[in-house]
Design a protein. Structure first.
Length: 364
């Protein structure tokens, strides 16, 4: 019998936690230069609904790695330096001033906490966190993901803002950039482009944040590029939560955040990862995959794409094998097909019991 790992049966606790989470809202607070020269957007504290979700995940899944200090406050990493590049003191000071000015102009939460508020009242911007995706990623920037399943929060709306303690936590972190000794942290090695774009398999809880191409954002990027022309801005961002991250899908239009609407269709996109025993010949592998493709055809799946990733080391031995042949299928099918896929792959034909070591099915 193949080892089946599906979100439907193995992640039911996590799914229940997410489905019973309320839609809540975060407000951008400030741009600032974080450790190792990473350009960061800080939010004005976690709302109670997200803190509650984090606590429930930690309580029900104690096997997860401990939460790092960098995920205990809400932020998005917007960009990093190219490999081998370090900001000079002058570049950092200029960027720090630019971040303050832009934050004062764009974000009311920051402007209201400064001694020199913007003469033009900044709009109150809010980003709705209404879904989360369980994702397997191929690099830390999340520009490449192996597969993911989006889960919609179903416990209504909670417009309660972050507590004063949460807001103060973020304010103190952002203020550290003005400390005379802070540049030493900015000049540290590490977290350059390769750190984010090099192959690194992992799992996360996220919701992609799509920066817009508004004139305000474009102008900000041009100003920063003039100060530090060798900075490389990473496309994907990370809005961290618990041991994982939650991000809001949004766009900036005329200095306002607009949440993208979810598109609901009768058919959905699935990804199925099949791990075959490593000693199979190409002919045996093709025969096994042909059976699965015939099954998908029977289920009226369309747009079937297959990627043979080859032999890779397993996280733990399965039936005494330490490696397996990884094959990824992407296809469109009816919403209930995942249960049929699980049953098909978990009940192989006689003589094929050892061919499929493991399989995972995700709704994208």
């Amino acid at each position: 019998m193949a080892t089946a790992i599906t979100l439907e049966n193995q992640c039911s606790d996590l799914e229940n936690i997410l489905e019973n989470t309320s839609t809540s809202y975060v407000e951008p607070y400030a741009f600032f230069i974080s450790w190792q020269g990473v350009l960061t957007l800080a939010f004005a504290g976690f709302p109670p609904a997200i803190l509650d979700m984090k606590q429930r995940i930690a309580a029900q899944h104690p096997e997860l790695p401990p939460e790092s200090s960098g995920s205990k406050w809400p932020k998005s990493s917007l960009g990093c330096l190219r490999d081998g590049v370090t900001l000079t003191v002058g570049q950092f000071e200029t960027l720090n001033t630019l971040c303050k000015n832009l934050s004062r102009e764009l974000f009311s939460a920051y402007s209201n906490n400064t001694t020199n508020p913007s003469p033009t009242a900044a709009p109150s911007l809010q980003i709705a966190i209404d879904t989360a995706a369980i994702a397997l990623y191929e690099c830390r920037s999340l520009e490449k993901t192996l597969c993911q399943q989006v889960i919609t929060f179903g416990n209504g709306h909670d417009k309660t803002g972050p507590t004063p303690e949460e807001q103060q936590r973020v304010k103190l972190i952002v203020c550290e950039a003005d400390d005379p000794e802070y540049y030493k942290l900015v000049a540290r090695e590490g977290n350059r482009r390769a750190h984010y774009t090099a192959p690194a398999l992992g799992a996360t809880l996220m919701h992609p944040l799509h920066p817009s191409k508004s004139r305000s954002t474009a102008a900000s990027s041009r100003q920063m590029h003039m100060v530090a022309p060798r900075m490389a801005f990473v496309k994907a961002t990370t809005f961290s939560t618990a041991a994982k991250s939650v991000e809001s899908r949004s766009a900036i239009t005329n200095a306002a955040f607009v949440v993208n609407a979810q598109v609901v269709a009768s058919d959905v996109i699935y990804e199925t990862m099949i791990v075959l025993r490593p000693d199979m010949s190409d002919e045996q592998r093709d025969q096994e995959l042909a059976k699965f493709e015939a099954f998908l055809k029977k289920e009226s799946a369309s747009d079937v794409k297959v990627t043979v990733r080859g032999r890779q080391r397993l996280a733990y031995p399965i039936k005494r094998f330490t490696e397996g042949i990884y094959v990824l299928y992407t296809y469109t099918a009816h919403p209930d097909v995942s249960q049929a896929v699980q049953k098909n792959l978990s009940t192989p034909e006689a003589g094929s019991e050892l061919n499929i070591l493991r399989h995972m099915t995700f709704r994208v």
